[in-house]
Design a protein around this ligand. Structure first.
Ligand SMILES: *Cc1c(COP(=O)(O)O)cnc(C)c1O
Length: 484
């Protein structure tokens, strides 16, 4: 495609853009339990108006746009206050949880560089349930992740599991509040005490739960301590574009005080251009997400969040009870949040995902890992609470259908093949063959994804990753689409 020779009509272009959405997931239907956190049309409209109003302003230089500095400081202040932090908390708005986590790891690494020069090979202590973003941060920043197992029944990490992982090169201990996969909060007070005993910073990943958990607690839910009220917690990441329902591109990285945030900032003048001082990963930063988050938080307000929280707690309780009552299904652990992972010892969960999908319900498959079973995941948000009973009915039906489907034999086949393979030297054709067995031709996914998931589930993680890297390398590719 090339740009048109003559500029085109705005209305026609916007209409064409709408047609591009045709195959997107229909999240407005209230049947999508992932990706979109929908607090209704009014909140959406306010966020979008504020976003558009500040889209062009640039936070690259806060002295040129004091409006954005003010918005960012007020967002940090609202976030810090919400998480029991005082006025000494220092933080920034980032584009998402991944960026907040990268900055937390960077600050911890550079703090160790400054204060503990004897550390030459920094590592971080990371429960296996911690978000993949920490591994991405580790990879970008040259910090080695030291995995920590979680309790196999509760999926919780605590000091008993973590204590042997801490060593002389550890620069950060991580816990989740909660983990995305199972919605379970780690033992943050226990992990933070352990970190403090060793003089090591502790990061709490409250990306998904940080905003909503205090409202759950206010309503009497048993929410374990996870925020700045816990001694030893030195930084927290909290997404506003998840359960604060702000438009995407908004997360907070918060540090207990400036002495920790200091190491997050990049400052550079060794080139011929303008001197750069970047507290976050990005340099040019749109004011849109800031203004949108600011407006959304204040539009919904504590009373609004509390009523969303009430609906979410109720819906989650109904899902946990409803799922437990479906023969063949079991909820993994006991979720502290409105995220539910469901496994089965009787049916292939990937078939359940496909069958639900065929009926217009979107639920997420999660692969097995280190002995933790493959499962499907439900993110409960206000947009779906009205359809929980209907979803449970569909789920019961899909489980029975999955029970009746013949075994594919794919996982046995792949496991057998993998045992004879030298994983380091798999030729590209072998990956193409694997993809073909799963029903993938070129970059076209089959309607049923169970085959793909079964194959991925049977492969070692390194091979899964390689397979998916190749697939995306092909998927994200300029083809021969004609110009519209
Ligand atoms: C979503 C999530 C992240 C990553 O956030 P993004 O905004 O997708 O980059 C990190 N940790 C947890 C627990 C999450 O749920």
């Amino acid at each position: 495609m090339r740009i048109p020779e003559r500029g085109q009509d705005a209305e026609a272009l916007l209409a064409t853009l709408e047609t591009y959405r045709a195959k997107d997931i229909d999240w407005r239907s209230g049947r999508t339990f992932a990706y979109v956190y929908d607090a209704g049309r009014e909140a959406e409209a306010v966020g979008k108006r504020a976003y558009a109003a500040f889209l062009t302003e640039n936070a690259l230089d806060p002295t040129a746009f004091p409006s954005l500095l003010r918005l960012e400081n007020e967002l940090v202040s609202m976030g810090a206050t919400h998480l029991s932090g005082g006025p000494e908390v220092a933080g920034n708005l980032t584009t998402g949880g991944t960026e907040s986590i990268i900055l937390a790891v960077k600050a911890a690494r550079d703090r160790a560089r400054a204060l503990r020069p004897e550390v030459t090979r920094p590592n971080m202590v990371l429960p296996v349930t911690a978000h993949a973003a920490f591994h991405k941060a580790a990879w970008f920043l040259g910090v080695e992740p030291v995995p920590v197992e979680v309790d196999p029944g509760t999926f919780r990490a605590g000091p008993d599991q973590a204590k042997d992982a801490i060593g002389p090169d550890t620069v950060l201990v991580v816990g989740s509040a909660p983990s995305y996969a199972h919605g379970v909060c780690d033992d943050i007070p226990g992990l933070a005490a352990l970190a403090r005993d060793h003089g090591i910073p502790m990061h709490v990943d409250a990306c998904v739960g940080g905003w909503m958990l205090p409202f759950f607690r206010r309503l009497g839910a048993d929410v374990p301590a996870f925020d700045f009220s816990v001694p030893g917690v030195t930084s927290i990441s909290m997404d506003l574009h998840k359960y604060a329902f702000c438009p995407k591109g908004a997360s907070l990285i918060l540090h207990r005080d400036k002495s920790y945030r200091e190491h997050q900032i990049f400052s550079f003048s060794g080139w011929t251009g303008y001197t750069i001082v970047n507290p976050t990963v990005l340099s040019t930063r749109s004011g849109g997400p800031m203004a949108a988050a600011w407006a959304t938080l204040r539009f919904i307000g504590a009373d609004g969040y509390e009523s969303h929280a009430r609906a979410l707690l109720d819906a989650t309780r109904r899902i946990v009870d409803g799922v437990s009552a479906i023969p063949g299904l079991r909820v993994m652990g006991s979720p502290d949040f409105c995220l539910v992972a469901v496994a089965s010892d009787e049916v292939n969960v990937f078939h359940v995902v496909d069958e639900m999908n065929r009926r217009g319900w979107y639920i997420q498959a999660q692969l097995g890992f280190r002995g933790h079973a493959a499962n499907f995941h439900l993110s409960v948000h206000p947009g779906v609470v009205g359809r929980v009973d209907e979803m449970l009915g569909a789920l019961a039906e899909c489980v029975e259908i999955a029970r009746g489907l013949p075994p594919t034999g794919l996982s046995e086949m792949v496991k057998g093949a993998v045992e004879t393979l030298d994983l380091a030297s798999i030729p590209p054709e072998a990956f193409a063959q694997l993809l073909a067995v799963a029903g993938i031709q070129g970059t076209t996914l089959p309607e049923r994804t169970a085959g793909i998931n079964e194959i991925l589930d049977a492969l070692p993680t390194s091979v899964r990753e390689e397979l998916l890297r190749r697939f995306f390398n092909d998927l994200n590719h300029i083809g021969d689409e004609g110009a519209p």
